[in-house]
Design a protein around this ligand. Structure first.
Ligand SMILES: CC(C)(COP(=O)(O)OP(=O)(O)OC[C@H]1O[C@@H](n2cnc3c(N)ncnc32)[C@H](O)[C@@H]1OP(=O)(O)O)[C@@H](O)C(=O)NCCC(=O)NCCS
Length: 190
C-alpha cells in the first residue's frame, strides 16, 4: 500500500502489519518492549507470541470496519517499529496517529516520514478533517515528531496517564486538513 524513500541505501518499507506477521512482531517486541513500555498504552506491550497475535487481531478487526489500522516499518528486511491509526472515525472526520520504534531505529527520521505518509492518506485520499497525536507530556521525542508534522499542542489532560507510582500529564496535539495542505507544501511534498 505504501512505500518509503531509500535511506542511505538501506531498504525501507511501510506495509500493513497483519496477523501473519505475528512471529516477526513478537520477536520485534522482544527488542522494543522495555524501550516503549513507559510511553505507549499497556495493551500494546505484549510478552509472547499469543499477546502479539492478539494485538494484530484487534487491529485487523477494527480495520475491517474501516477503523484503526496498523503498519510496520521494515529496515533492510527487519521489522523495527511502526505507525498506526489508533483511531479512525470516518463519521467524525477525525483520526489519531501513533507510533513506536525499537531503540536501534531511533534517530533516522523513520517515524516522521511514515506519519507523513499516513496523514497524507487520511487527509488527501480519505478526506479526514482532523488528526490527533497523544503523548505523555514528558515524552520529548514523541512531541518532537508532532512538531515536525506541523501539529499544534491543543491541551493537556492533567494526571491522565498512570505509570508505576505516578500519574503523568498527557498532551493532545492535532493538525487540521487545511493546515496539513500548507505543511506538505512547506515540506516539499508537492
Ligand atoms: C517516539 C519515537 C517513535 C520517535 O522516534 P525518532 O527516531 O526520534 O523519530 P523520527 O523517526 O521522526 O526521527 C527523528 C530523528 O531522526 C533524525 N533524522 C534523521 N534523518 C531525518 C529525516 N530525514 N527526517 C526527520 N528526521 C530525521 C532527526 O534529527 C531526529 O533525531 P534527533 O532527535 O536525534 O534530533 C521513539 O522515540 C520511540 O519509539 N519512543 C518510545 C515509544 C514512544 O514514545 N512512542 C510514541 C508514543 S506517543
Amino acid at each position: 500500500m505504501f512505500s518509503l524513500a531509500l535511506r542511505d541505501d538501506a531498504l525501507l518499507s511501510l506495509r500493513p502489519l497483519e496477523i501473519w506477521h505475528a512471529e516477526e512482531f513478537a520477536a520485534h517486541m522482544d527488542r522494543a518492549r522495555e524501550h516503549i513500555r513507559p510511553w505507549v498504552g499497556p495493551a500494546f506491550v505484549t510478552d509472547d507470541l499469543e499477546g502479539a497475535r492478539g494485538t494484530l487481531r484487534r487491529y485487523a478487526e477494527r480495520q475491517a470496519a474501516d477503523g484503526a489500522r496498523l503498519y510496520g516499518i521494515w529496515l533492510d528486511g527487519t521489522l523495527v517499529g511502526g505507525v498506526m491509526f489508533v483511531d479512525f472515525n470516518v463519521a467524525l472526520g477525525s483520526c489519531e496517529v501513533g507510533c513506536w520504534l525499537e531503540p536501534a531505529a531511533e534517530g533516522l527520521g523513520l517515524i516522521t516520514e511514515a506519519c507523513h505518509t499516513l496523514l497524507d492518506w487520511a487527509f488527501t485520499t480519505r478526506g479526514m478533517h482532523r488528526a490527533e497525536w497523544h503523548c505523555r507530556a514528558d515524552n520529548d521525542r514523541s512531541a518532537a515528531v508532532a512538531v515536525r508534522l506541523g501539529m499544534t499542542l491543543e491541551g493537556v489532560r492533567r494526571e491522565f496517564w498512570p505509570f508505576g507510582d505516578t500519574r503523568h500529564d498527557k498532551q493532545i496535539w492535532a493538525v487540521l486538513a487545511p493546515e496539513w495542505q500548507a505543511h506538505r507544501k512547506l515540506a516539499g511534498m508537492e
